[in-house]
Design a protein around this ligand. Sequence first.
Ligand code: KG4
Ligand code: ZN
Length: 341
Amino acid sequence: MLIMGIESSCDETACAIVSDKKEILSSVVWSQFEEHRPFGGVVPEIAARAHLEQVDLIVSEALKKAKVDFKELSAIAVAGGPGLIGGVIVGVITAKAIAMSHQLPFVAINHLEGHALMARLTNDISFPYLLLLVSGGHCQILAVEAPGKYVCLGSTIDDSAGEAFDKVAKMLQIGYPGGPNIERVSIKGNSKRFTFPRPMKGRNDCLFSFSGLKTAVRHQIEILGELSEQDKADLAASFQQAAVESIIDRLQKGIILFKEKYPEGKNLVVSGGVAANTMLRNSIDRLAQKQHMIFAAPPLNLCTDNGVMIAWAGLERFQNGKTSPLDFKARPRWPLDSEDI
Ligand code: KG4
Ligand code: ZN
């Protein structure tokens, strides 16, 4: 069984083909970094136009690399939301057109479900498992019971983790995309130079908050005035340390809640763009060992947005007999724990 997946909900136009034998036949990702860099962040109108210009090319390239023709596909999956609506619409109409012209089943996938199920392709993970989903738009701890069945244990009350990385990178003027740049600049920094707050630390729930941390970084920048390269590195490293420690504390609470509810669950998965952060991955790995859980994270290139995660989630759904009607409407908001997932 071969499934094609199309992703266009933020700033990556991507298409991939995967098989039910967990093979990735092709994965093409075109990032719009150059288009958005002058603005220091994603501009929705520019993103939508760029998706429209690129999507046909990316789909053809995915077919060519996989040496597959449309007629060999079993179904076509697409990220149907949540995301920047212009981009999501581009992906959805493209997938619908392919489905109609080649008589293929059409599967609209929640982008977050793509992140959530990704690690099941690369690792041996059984339901139920505990998921930390940390991306540009979301920051949540979820219990994954099955495809389509998610229980949210806690989420952010303000910014997402990725947003915090992106905003701090902007303040430090180290450029877009923020997360990878914070990580790169931090390498030369002293994470102990500034003591930033560890938001929500010690609380008995697993809610997140990043706005106080972001404000603390802003105040420190104002105090320092003109920033040297070393100041920037120390600020980035101190911020990263605080953000990771806060996430680990929240996840520790999440593990307790999860074990109470699902004593049989043994896997801990992290996914989403921020899961590409090495310090975070290593810290979660240590936490999992302490808590006797088996840790898994997709490889770095499958943490950030890609077509494989959409194709794989499409495959899991399609195998369970789930398809979507061709009048499916692209959704700007679509919580993972909603009824109509
Ligand atoms: O999952 P993703 O590609 O897109 C969304 O669904 O939002 O996540 C993008 C987010 C951005 O905020 C980016 O700064 C962050 O993931 N990110 C990172 C790293 N790589 C990407 N954050 C921290 N460290 C990284 N290495
Ligand atoms: Zn994403």
